[in-house]
Design a protein around this ligand. Structure first.
Ligand SMILES: [Fe+2]
Ligand SMILES: [Fe+2]
Length: 271
């Protein structure tokens, strides 16, 4: 199975770059499934129901979120209508939405997509390791689902790396999101799980993690409150990674970065 995972979409520039490129990438890379993190898709903060629909109609199969899940309040009341959106799994019991979704590619091919949030320098939440372990006990990789993708939305490289090793051999892909900067450590772990500490963002990199530079710098330099951050509107780099998996085992065969457009050096998978 050929999977594309794209990191946090930030604002209009990120959205437009993803939607403009996806039909061609789906075709050229023969993608079976596209997952995006869209916690910053609506003007940098949250995901509106309309933008969720635009992404899902524009070639995205599943959407993950993170700490900005509820910045657009209108999603809170509507998220239960979206079977393809996963918000953090370790949110308290009773939180709207779901922490994972199963996407049917065909009758014989299903993919489990999980979103979970780290706890270091983040909101205090339930143990993300136990939450995912309990969820995975309900699925069998290569039997009930042909692939499992875990988006670990976390601040620290250590917590994400820990996640990769803890679930090595039990998921097709463990990929980090949230820092908006792609890391160069994509690889297949010893027991067959593809891993990258952070997928990077789909947004304008001539910015401070996707936000317009001036305002963000003023806040850093003067330590005074400023106006609300605005997303940078220059050309976006679409950043993520592509994985090829074996349907029979659900484990990864190949992993490769994906970067197109904007300021970062381009990279297109060649498998
Ligand atoms: Fe983000
Ligand atoms: Fe985040």
């Amino acid at each position: 199975m050929r999977l594309l995972f794209l990191g946090d979409i930030v604002g209009r520039s990120g959205r437009e770059a993803v939607l403009a490129g996806l039909p061609r990438w789906r075709d050229e890379l023969k993608l079976d499934l596209v997952v995006v993190n869209a916690e910053n898709a609506s003007h940098g903060f949250g995901l509106s129901p309309q933008i969720a629909r635009d992404l899902l109609e524009g070639g995205v199969d599943a959407i993950t979120l993170g700490n900005h899940a509820w910045d657009r309040r209108d999603l809170i009341g509507q998220i239960d209508q979206f079977s393809q959106i996963a918000r953090p799994l370790n949110y308290p019991v009773g939180t709207p939405g779901r922490g994972s979704c199963v996407i049917n590619i065909s009758r014989e091919r299903k993919v489990l997509v999980v979103n979970v949030m780290g706890r270091i320098f983040m909101d205090p939440l339930d143990d993300p390791f136990r939450a995912v372990e309990q969820l995975l006990s309900q699925h069998r990789l290569g039997v009930t689902v042909q692939a499992i993708i875990i988006d670990v939305h976390a601040e620290t490289t250590s917590e994400k790396m820990g996640f990769g090793h803890f679930f090595d051999g039990r998921a097709s892909l463990v990929v980090g999101t949230h820092t908006h900067i792609p890391t160069a450590d994509h690889r297949i772990l010893p027991k067959g799980t593809a891993y990258q500490t952070d997928a990077g963002m789909c947004g304008d990199y001539d910015s401070i993690i996707g936000m317009e530079k001036g305002n963000a710098l003023r806040r850093l330099l003067k330590k005074v409150p400023t106006e609300r951050f605005q997303p940078a509107m220059g050309t976006a780099t679409v950043s993520g990674l592509m994985v090829e998996t074996d349907d029979k085992t659900g484990l990864a065969l190949k992993v490769c970065p994906f970067r197109q457009g904007g300021d970062l050096s381009p990279y297109l998978p060649n498998f």
